[in-house]
Design a protein. Structure first.
Length: 541
């Protein structure tokens, strides 16, 4: 039968893990066994009075060891392993998806997963859940599906992708493998409990630190002993699942794997370029998975990734297997904000959803206006007297109406004032001050339901200053030249001029910020008809 070799390896390694568990139990029981032998010998008269001290000493040691072992075992058994943050999908919300998974399990001759959950990531796996009180055996592992797959992949591709994952329920049902997994997960969770208890600063916890330290030492010792066997067991399980799934949609699995890489690229780009700017302003895009489709469609259109792309999009998308795709997408999008940026599942009032139609106005324009206001605020705080000597490219003060731009009147919110200040030098102090204010003004992150992941490295001081200058330029283009804020699915916030994306602003802005040379930017503004001397409409900082 397919998968027997891999299952045999996995079962053998599981037995090795269980033997380690048995050896640990035997070690804990050894003093008790010695005490029983001594008491039995004393009752039979084989030990003289001189052995009484030894007998009771061994008995005391045995009781202490048993108490400690019982405490460690209780923590290992009761410790709750970390559970991936997911969005449960009930059968009533996705009857076709459940039917497809059950049909797949029938073809693979394995138990069907009892539940399906979605994760805001490009991966799929089986995840075990703890048995409820009174259940004779632990439930079968739930199927966790990466939500971008549902929106980007076609139904047949998703089925082929899930075949080896669903096939893993077969080895998971093996009693030895299941017991070994529970033991390893319990050890891992116990090590986490010990680390948290040791690090806790509460006075009551300080008294328990020796106990937590011993628990951590025991759990880590057993984990080291089990690690090789557990890794080989999981490799055997994966090999068995892959072998079993070979007969199901094998040709489509190759196509599906290609789409996995594409979906991951689109998902990463969408999070870093589109979602992250929104999260930083207290807005969370409510249709991230639909955005993946738009981003990958745009990428395929620009780069011509594959022949017959439009034909593929004409096939039925896997999200059609859901009764209410929009509701599910919104739930996954909020969870993604919590995982990747720290928005809690119960979003605070200041955190609001935003649709893609409102994204340019509520996110892009808001970011630009607030950054322009922050830059003007810094110009008011950092007086010209604090600016170092002239930099390359500095131009003499010029009269614009009644305003002498070189003297930089405080409170004048114009792009011309920004350009002249940077042309005069002193970008270093401005950049540091911008960074400090940006960190101070960013919305506080509430406690997240899961670890917060750093999507992008923090921007340098000069990068932040360049972003703020570009924001002021975009505000001026919108206010005086008829431009508009827009959304590029691959690059995020973008300036639209006559319905055309303008992506040529980076060089003139960097030239001004890094070299103090305003000429390229002034030429760019003139070509678009932007009036830098006119006041900017600023937002709240």
């Amino acid at each position: 039968m397919a998968g027997e070799a891999g299952e045999g390896v996995a079962r053998a390694r599981a037995l090795a893990v269980l033997r380690i568990r048995g050896a640990a139990l035997g070690t804990a029981l050894l003093p008790a066994a010695g005490a029983v032998v001594l008491h039995g010998a004393a009752l039979s008269g084989r030990l003289g009075p001189g052995w009484d001290a030894v007998r009771w000493g061994v008995t005391g040691v045995a009781l202490v060891v048993l108490a400690v072992a019982a405490g460690v075992a209780a923590v290992i058994v009761r410790a709750r392993p970390a559970v991936s943050p997911t969005v449960p999908v009930t059968e009533s919300a996705a009857p076709e998806l459940y039917r497809m998974v059950r049909d797949l399990a029938d073809r693979l001759q394995v138990p069907a997963p009892p539940a399906i959950e979605l994760t805001p990531d490009c991966d799929s796996w089986l995840e075990e859940r703890r048995a409820r009180p009174g259940e004779p055996a632990p439930p079968a592992p739930v199927l966790v599906i990466g939500s971008p797959f549902l929106w980007w992949m076609r139904v047949a591709e998703l089925r082929a992708l899930l075949a080896p994952v669903v096939a893993g329920t077969g080895p998971a049902a093996d009693p030895e493998i299941a017991a070994a997994r529970r033991f390893v997960r319990g050890l891992d969770a116990a090590a986490g409990v010990a680390a948290a208890g040791t690090a806790a600063g509460h006075p009551g916890h300080r008294l328990l630190r020796p106990g937590y330290a011993f628990l951590g030492w025991s759990a880590r010792l057993l984990l080291r002993a089990c690690s090789t066997h557990a890794a080989e067991m999981e490799r055997g399980v994966a090999a068995a699942a892959s072998e079993r799934a070979q007969a199901v949609d094998y040709g489509l699995r190759i196509v599906a794997q290609e789409q996995v890489g594409l979906a991951y690229a689109g998902w990463d780009r969408l999070l870093t370029r589109v979602a992250l700017p929104a999260w930083r302003t207290g807005r969370w895009p409510s249709r991230l998975d639909a955005g993946v489709v738009a981003a990958l469609t745009e990428l395929s259109r620009r780069d011509r990734l594959a022949d017959g792309f439009e034909t593929r999009l004409g096939e039925r998308p896997a999200c059609d297997l859901l009764e209410e795709p929009g509701i599910v997408d919104e739930a996954v999008s909020l969870l993604a904000a919590g995982i990747f940026h720290g928005v809690p599942a119960e979003a605070a009032p200041e955190w609001a959803p935003v649709t893609w139609a409102r994204y340019p106005e509520e996110v892009v324009d808001r970011i630009w206006r607030s950054e322009a206001a922050r830059l003007i605020r810094v110009l008011d705080e950092v007086r010209p007297s604090a600016v170092p000597g002239p930099a390359r490219g500095r131009e003499p003060a010029r009269l614009k109406g009644s305003v002498l731009l070189g003297e930089e009147p405080e409170g004048v919110a114009t792009l011309a004032r920004i350009i002249d200040r940077l042309a005069a030098g002193g970008s270093e102090e401005l950049a540091f001050r911008i960074s400090a204010l940006a960190a101070q003004d960013e919305p506080l992150r509430p406690a997240a339901p899961a670890p917060v992941y750093q999507l992008l490295p923090r921007r340098t001081h000069h990068e932040l200053l360049a972003d703020h200058v570009a924001a002021a330029v975009c505000c001026a283009a919108i206010d005086t030249a008829g431009a508009a804020a827009g959304l590029d699915w691959l690059d995020g916030p973008t300036l639209m001029v006559a319905n055309t994306r303008r992506n040529d602003l980076s060089f003139p802005v960097l030239r001004l910020v890094e070299n103090g040379d305003p000429a390229p930017l002034r030429a760019w503004l003139t070509a678009l008809g932007v009036h830098p001397e006119k006041p900017l409409r600023l937002g709240r900082v």
